[in-house]
Ligand binder design. Structure first.
Ligand code: NAD
Length: 456
């Protein structure tokens, strides 16, 4: 394929399967031109006084805040997210911008005691940094990259996923409306193999912040090695929800569907393996069935919708293959007719080498397995190449701490399923990723720490 040929991508509604928009897929030449403009913009953006950069980020947050409903409706149309989730996602971009708008005025270096002079450190911006976004959470994942990167004084080129570019494109327009200078945040829709790959190879791009599959993440990491390019990776997961017999089993069962079926299971933090202590296994499964039957899998634009369709026909077919191989315990309901629907499905796993137990399904499927004691629970939870998140349900504080320390994952929650909050660091162990996003230190991840010694 010639990279000079202008091509476009037809965005389909996951609900109706009808075209929603036609979006250009940028060529290599257009990508290079945008990277060069971002490089030119960097010289003046890094020189913007910290207070003024903070003000511009707050203005951007305010404009996003004024457009939450519009952005949310666009995400329902493009991605089939429930309207409730989509409003939260747009609000999350606003909140993330507000949080990191405090960073330019607080990007402190250190003064280090040394003999013979004064030693100080500076956090210098990298230059043009790139953010590569997957299709499952188009708005939040974009914001987790661009908000701290801009705050630290970088300019940003951002590639949304081909399937879900619409809200990112709109966020790029809103940045300009809020007063961000041209070239400071540029959204470049297109193919991973063209636009995304160019972020890896273009020498003016100084960092790749990638969120997506472990397979592509590995290729990006290998590609970045060539220029020793900075890279952070947020990849897949196969997280465990561990339910001990000493917990409120009814409460644990009631919350379990939300932890895996939210966003139709297309969530890197989905608790897609449930480990249940054997003495309460049958009770838990019975209560889980009640909760799954009650889940409202309906048109995501309906205020009452709790789960929408999958993103694409290919994703639905992939999920069906996993279910076809598994022992289905029970399933909820979903609409028939058009749309990439799949009912929320609970399978029982007898062996840890089943595909549905080991691989990231990225759909509304959860595998359940009994365990006997704490050691076995931790060992089963850790028996995976991933390590992104997990939940522990117990009333025993000591056990909660022991298991939280024992599970090899970046984000654990006790008696809840919380994992991504912009105030706290987020990222994975093992093949779930490299580096951390969010939290108070995120701007530093888009800087170089420079040491300067001044002789007396
Ligand atoms: P993907 O890896 O196929 O694509 C992610 C992005 O990378 C897309 O924008 C794609 O166009 C781009 N890309 C593809 N090939 C590329 C290449 N060779 N060079 C540069 N860019 C390229 O992933 P996906 O299917 O969009 O997303 C689902 C995956 O993302 C799941 O595995 C999920 O677990 C993961 N995910 C991880 C997190 C996290 O924070 N850990 C969050 C959300 C999603």
């Amino acid at each position: 394929m010639s990279t000079r040929t202008a091509v476009s991508h037809t965005v389909l509604s996951p609900v109706t399967e009808a075209p929603v928009a036609e979006v250009p897929s940028l060529t290599l030449e257009e990508t290079d031109a945008a990277i060069e403009r971002a490089h030119e913009a960097f010289a003046s953006w890094r020189a913007v006084a910290p207070g003024e950069r903070a003000r511009l980020l707050r203005a951007f947050a305010a404009v996003v805040g004024d457009h939450v409903e519009e952005l949310a409706r666009l995400e329902v149309a493009n991605s089939g997210h429930t309207i409730g989730n989509a409003r939260w996602e747009a609000g999350n971009v606003r909140d993330c911008l507000n949080y990191y708008s405090a960073a330019p005025e607080r990007l402190f270096g250190r003064q280090i005691p040394v003999p013979g002079g004064l030693d100080v450190t500076f956090y210098e911006p990298l230059g043009v940094v790139s953010v590569i976004v997957p299709w499952n959470f188009p708005m939040p994942i974009a914001g987790w990259g661009f908000a701290p990167a801009l705050a630290a004084g970088n300019t940003v080129v951002l590639k949304p996923a081909e399937l879900t570019p619409l809200t990112a494109i709109r966020l790029g327009e809103l940045a300009r409306e809020a007063g961000l200078p041209e070239g400071v945040l540029t959204v470049l829709p297109g193919k991973g193999s063209v636009v995304g790959q160019r972020f890896v190879t273009h020498p003016l791009v100084r960092k790749v912040a990638f969120t997506g599959s472990t397979e592509v993440g590995k290729q990006i990491m290998a590609g970045c090695a060539d220029q020793v390019k900075r890279v952070t990776l947020e990849l897949g997961g196969k997280s465990a929800n561990i339910v001990f017999a000493d917990t409120d089993v009814a409460a644990a069962a009631a919350s379990a569907p939300g932890a895996v079926f939210d966003n139709a299971g297309q969530d890197c933090c989905a608790r897609s393996r449930i480990l249940v202590q054997r003495s309460v296994y049958d009770e838990f499964l019975g209560r889980l069935q009640e909760a799954v039957s009650a889940l409202r899998v309906i048109d995501p634009g309906d205020e009452a919708s709790e789960m929408g369709p999958l993103i694409s026909a290919a994703q639905r077919d992939s999920v069906r293959r996993y279910v076809g191989e598994a022992t289905v315990a029970f399933a909820g309901s979903c609409p028939s007719g058009p749309g990439y629907w799949h009912a929320p499905t609970v399978v029982e796993s007898r062996r840890t080498d089943e595909r549905v137990w080991r691989e990231e399904v990225f759909g509304p499927v959860v595998a359940v397995m009994p365990f006997d004691d704490e050691d076995e629970a931790v060992a089963l939870a850790n028996d995976t190449e991933y390590g992104l998140s997990g939940s522990i349900f117990t009333d025993d504080l000591g056990r909660a701490l022991r298991v939280a320390r024992g599970v090899e994952a970046g984000n654990l929650s006790v008696n809840s399923h919380s994992s991504v909050r912009y105030w706290t660091p987020f990222g994975g162990y093992k093949q779930s990723g490299l580096g951390r996003e969010l939290g108070p230190d995120a701007p530093q991840a888009f800087t170089e720490e420079k040491n300067v010694f001044l002789a007396h």
